[in-house]
Design a protein around this ligand. Structure first.
Ligand code: TRP
Length: 339
């Protein structure tokens, strides 16, 4: 088979995965990652997948995993990811991830895997440590290398895994001949860091101490408004941007600015002489307006499981065509017999 019939890709390929471990993504995920993934459809040949295989490196309830996989996919689409323009799929639908994962496990040193800080953190915290937690980065490398991705947008916490992926690609290419594109990490610098509403010195995270601090993108309008109105603010009365002295107010300004696209300075001057309460009303409005269409579209999809599974099947077909080409070449290089 030759590739001469396929049109030459004109855009760099971007690929990223997200674990299906919550019912709703939160506002920090939306601003820090989802918005930027959606923007990449304009500039990249974008591949996004739900990493349900990575999810089971720690214990998961099967029904909940299934549900969260669908919910996460629906939120991607709800947020503007267009399955016609990007390839959206579920990791476990493509057996080549596991196949290449095994080969890359055999390419990774035990010491190398044990040095991963995420492994050290998670294995320290969990009572039962699965082998999968150790080999997690080899599977992640497979996720990326199968698709010959040029860039991988990920959070800072995945930087070391990307570095390992690059090493594995180079090691394999060196040993067996040019096979994999060596991908660049594109570390998502949160354009705006979003903090917990109840503890504005802690990053917004799904492990928030209280749900009131966390804006979930599928929260209904009443809940959103209530959470924002009861956000912790600071001593004083003036609306100014000062993350150290006024972390609560500054966080609200950041959220407004990230969603409305208006600058912090502009907002500060608009609220000059007004009270914290005014700012909260405005932030609640922006959040509600931004998330309304996203939530509506997501819930529509979740109400129509046949349509959602049709979209994910089509994504799997498109992804599989690319993955298959790579895995066949890899099998050949490694010396596996054709059947
Ligand atoms: N490990 C990533 C995370 O937890 C998710 C992930 C799995 C991923 N495979 C990937 C991200 C491949 C980018 C590319 O965030």
């Amino acid at each position: 088979m030759t590739d001469s019939a396929a049109p030459a890709p004109t855009r760099p390929r971007s690929l990223s995965g997200i674990q299906a471990t919550s019912d709703s993504l939160h506002l920090g995920n939306y601003i820090g990652a989802l918005q930027q993934f959606v923007a990449q459809q304009e500039t990249h040949d974008a591949f996004f997948f739900i990493a349900n295989m990575h999810a089971i490196t720690v214990d998961q309830d099967p029904a909940q995993l299934r549900e969260r996989t669908l919910r996460t996919a629906a939120q991607f689409i709800g947020a503007g990811l267009d399955p016609q323009r990007s390839t959206l799929y579920v990791q476990s639908h493509i057996p080549a991830h596991t196949q290449l994962g095994w080969i890359l496990e055999c390419t990774t040193g035990l010491g190398e895997a044990m040095r991963m800080t995420q492994f050290k953190d998670k294995s320290g915290k969990n009572e039962h440590v699965s082998l999968g937690l150790l080999t997690y980065p080899a599977l992640m490398a497979a996720d990326i290398l199968l698709y010959q991705a040029d860039v991988v947008p990920v959070g800072e916490d995945q930087r070391q895994h990307l570095e390992l992926t690059r090493n594995l690609a180079e090691r394999f290419n060196h040993r067996y001949g040019q096979t994999f594109t060596v991908p660049e990490a594109h570390i998502l610098k949160a354009t705006a860091k979003v903090y917990d509403l109840q503890d504005p010195t802690a990053k917004m995270s799904k492990s928030a101490k209280t749900p009131a601090g966390l804006i979930e993108i599928l929260d209904d309008e009443k809940t959103l408004t209530k959470k924002i109105k009861s956000a912790v603010t600071d001593t004083g009365t003036e609306v100014t941007y000062d993350p150290h002295a006024k972390p609560g107010v500054s966080n609200l300004l950041t959220i407004h600015s990230a969603l409305s696209g208006r600058s912090i300075e502009e907002l500060v001057s608009e609220f000059e002489g007004k009270m914290y309460g005014h700012l909260k009303v405005a932030v609640a409005e922006v959040v509600v307006e931004t998330l309304r269409p996203l939530r509506t579209r997501t819930l529509e999809l979740l109400d129509d499981p046949a349509e959602l599974s049709r979209v994910l099947d089509a994504g799997a077909d498109a992804a599989s065509a690319v993955a298959q080409r790579t895995i066949e070449q890899v099998f050949e290089r490694v010396g596996f017999l054709h059947r």
